[in-house]
Design a protein around this ligand. Structure first.
Ligand code: ZN
Length: 306
């Protein structure tokens, strides 16, 4: 869990990262949240009465209107009234939404897309997720679950995804996806620097792919280009429908930067009509861990005024 106390400028001036400790159960999670909010106020000399609201971005299916987590398997929550529980534990109004939506909302308001009204955001880490900001507002779609573009199937990809389908975008474009491509190349006997990094190819990571890429390794370059083409192809379908003025790539794998985005740019220029992309901003997120905090805080402030 990442905590931040956010000032009137929309940015955090106190922050902390703590383990979620899921196996200890939801009540433990609530106590951790309440304790860290107490610390934030005490350490910054902020009066509780000065806090407008608590905003929470959380994984999974979130009913933002009712403040209920409908299902988040990695938190072991189902139909859990998160907002009401936090309100009870802290005495503060609380508003929740999906974490990826809040991350991209944060980037759209105060980050890489701060001058854009229509933002298509992608976060790439252990998986790949997306979010839309339309006319300055996070777009939920039916059940507030829009954006799961990591599960769009890609032609020619045969990997089985965690979701049970075959060939999902995130099986290639994610930290585990890139690591798997590296591992498969080494196990196939390709002559690559990747073979020298670890005794056991199972230890290869996405960061290793970037490192070998920078050393001019052809295998690493091919892995990154393939990932860029897969992501570019999906964006090439989405962009004409949505006409965003910015596409923002966040999450840990965004640190690959132009190694990945270079190919995405090439694909978009080849496959998308000029009118959509001549002034399209395609950039990496700037706030990283803070983006979710910034977006969640802005969401809570907005909802508390409604
Ligand atoms: Zn999938």
């Amino acid at each position: 869990m990442v905590f931040g106390l956010v000032g009137e400028d929309g940015l955090p001036f106190w922050r902390r990262k703590v383990p979620t400790e899921v196996p200890k159960g939801p009540e433990h999670m609530l106590r951790t949240i309440a304790a860290n909010i107490d610390d934030a106020l005490a350490e910054t000399g902020t009066a509780r009465e000065a806090v407008m609201a608590v905003g929470v971005g959380m994984p999974g299916k979130v009913d933002a209107d009712r403040g209920i987590c409908m299902g988040a398997s990695n938190l072991r929550l189902r139909d859990y009234p998160v907002a009401a529980k936090i309100r009870e534990a802290t005495g503060l109004p609380c508003y929740i939404n999906n974490d990826v939506k809040m991350y991209i909302y944060g980037e759209a308001l105060y980050g890489a897309a701060k001058d854009s009204r229509h933002v298509l955001g992608v976060t790439i880490g252990t998986g790949l997720a997306g979010a839309l900001i339309i006319d300055g507002e996070p777009y939920g779609g039916y059940r507030n679950i829009s954006g799961e573009i990591g599960h769009i199937p890609i032609d020619g990809v045969k990997r089985v995804c965690n979701c049970g389908m075959v060939g999902c975008l995130e099986t290639v474009v994610s930290a585990p996806g890139l690591a798997r491509s590296a591992r498969e190349a080494v196990l196939a006997g390709e002559r690559t620097l990747l073979a020298d990094y670890h005794d056991d190819p199972a230890e290869l990571t996405a960061v290793d792919v970037s490192r070998a890429f920078d050393a001019g390794d052809q295998t690493a370059i091919a892995i990154m280009r393939h990932a860029g083409r897969c992501l570019g192809d999906v964006l090439a379908y989405l962009i004409p429908m949505l006409s965003p003025d910015a596409v923002i790539i966040g999450g840990g794998v965004a640190l690959a930067g132009e190694r990945l985005l270079g190919t995405v740019r090439e694909v978009l220029h080849a496959k998308v009509s000029k009118s959509y992309i001549e002034s399209l901003k395609l950039e990496t997120a700037v706030h990283n861990d803070d983006a979710g905090v910034i977006g969640s805080a802005a969401w809570a402030v907005k909802k508390s005024k409604e």
